[in-house]
Design a protein around this ligand. Structure first.
Ligand code: HAM
Length: 427
């Protein structure tokens, strides 16, 4: 490895210097606050898992992009997403858990992606799941949580739109035709048609004939169906009494009650790229259409059983940290976050350091963020540093103050000064 290369993080990964970490913590704070308001409990899992947990055979990108390795005869992988780990956790305790569960996690995921704006090789996700609830009241709650987040970070209501579809509806549409003799083709077919935004209708048609084995006619019918943008039109393509269409109608009714229905639109081209979805699927996009999905999710009623657990309905979403920051930046909404130092305590010489230490202890015990100047620079330098750190006050203890048993406190904004009594030496 070239020496200078070793100083860069691997391509597509990020270091978080204090400024960036403050921003990340700010965002995670909003994730946690929305989760709290929606009564979701936080969980966590290891970032390294058995590779088998993630390996599926439907041709998904996420599996091709897996960071995986052999170690002591074990095949391990860095997680590319959190849903399989959460499913594993549920399976391990399924007998003892009371459903439905409302769980969320915030964690780093790894995918060896081809990078574009908003797409990296590691990203953090706010991953929220409802486990054990079969009705679309789960999806409605999840979508409402997403909009609450958008509102909290200050995005105008027109900045993001949610596109919703149902894989169950697509399956009903194709059941008697394309899928009649090959129901098992449905998962890989979804994985292929998910690519339409990225590679275009023609390339998808080619994949449907080449990889999935549809006739040219069948492939064309499938691709044409993806252009449907109204639920009524989509419902007209399935037999009367379609359960999937009824679910979508119910979902829109509930979203109306949450006050977000006008920010959500039916879109038959949304199918999602992960094989495990079985029902409602949704993705949120910036209204300008310049970024990849800000978040996405849906119902995955088969995954837990496929992983060896009970048949447990589930729905959830993943909301990344990268795209939302791009979007906030485009809107000029990234906050300026200063360091959180309230007071700086400065001993003019080493003789006053014990008094300065007792003072800073008292401030910290009182819950204030207080920095002790560790060396003995000149007062001017200490004041400049304190100012730069965003501190409101500097507490100066020199020989004169020590002799009088006080600290000279200067308000760095107003310039006003006052004396504060020093804590006594025996405390
Ligand atoms: P996903 O669509 O693969 O779904 O990822 C969810 C979100 O994570 C994306 O919308 C995007 O914000 C972010 N994301 C994904 N890959 C990258 C990347 N390479 N760079 C930056 N951000 C990225 C899932 O992961 C599902 N597990 C979501 C889910 C939970 N479905 C049900 N429950």
């Amino acid at each position: 490895m070239a020496r200078n290369q070793g100083l860069q993080p691997p391509r597509g990964t990020r270091d978080f210097y204090p400024d960036e970490l403050r921003l990340r913590s700010w965002l995670f704070g909003h994730f946690r606050e929305v989760a709290r308001r929606f009564a979701f409990e936080e969980v966590d899992a290891p970032i390294v898992e058995h590779a088998d947990l993630f390996i599926r055979k439907a041709g998904e990108e996420i599996v091709e992009q897996l960071y995986h390795f052999e170690l002591h005869g074990r095949h391990l992988a860095l997680r590319p997403e959190l849903t399989p780990s959460i499913s594993r956790m549920v399976i391990a305790r399924a007998g003892a858990l009371r459903f439905p569960l409302r769980w969320y996690a915030i964690g780093q995921n790894w995918r060896y992606e081809r990078m574009t704006r908003g797409r990296k090789r590691e990203h953090y996700q706010w991953n929220v799941e409802v486990l054990g609830e079969p009705s679309v009241s789960a999806e409605a709650e999840l979508i409402a949580a997403i909009f609450t987040l958008f509102d909290r970070v200050g995005l105008p209501t027109t900045a993001v739109r949610m596109r919703v579809n149902s894989r169950a509806l697509l399956e009903e549409t194709l059941r008697k035709g394309v899928l009649r003799d090959r129901p098992e083709a449905f998962e890989p077919l979804c994985v292929v048609i998910d690519k339409i935004d990225k590679i275009g209708a023609e390339a998808v048609t080619d994949l449907l004939t080449g990889e999935i084995g549809l006739s040219a006619n069948e492939a064309r019918t499938v691709v044409e169906g993806l252009a449907v943008r109204s639920l009524d039109e989509a419902a007209a393509r399935v037999p009367d009494g379609s359960a999937a269409a009824a679910e979508l109608r119910r979902l829109f009714e509930l979203l109306d009650a949450y006050g977000v229905a006008d920010r959500v639109a039916f879109d038959a081209s949304v199918v999602r790229g992960l094989a495990y979805y079985t029902g409602v699927v949704f993705e949120a996009f910036d209204a300008g259409g310049t970024l990849r999905a800000v978040c996405g999710g849906g119902r995955y009623d088969g995954l837990i059983e496929q992983l060896g657990g009970p048949a447990l309905p589930a729905a959830g979403f993943g909301f990344g940290d990268v795209v939302i920051q791009e979007l906030l930046s485009d809107h000029g909404l990234l906050p300026e976050l200063a360091r959180e130092v309230e007071a700086v305590v400065f001993a003019v010489s080493e003789a006053e350091r014990p008094a300065a230490v007792r003072t800073v202890r008292r401030l910290r015990e009182a819950g204030r963020a207080a920095e002790l100047v560790l060396g003995t620079p000149r007062l001017k330098r200490a004041m400049q540093d304190a100012d730069r750190a965003g501190a409101r006050e500097i507490w100066v203890i020199g020989p004169d103050e020590a002799a009088r048993g006080v600290a000279r406190v200067r308000d760095l904004e107003s310039g006003e000064q006052r004396d504060e009594k020093l804590p006594d030496g025996r405390s």
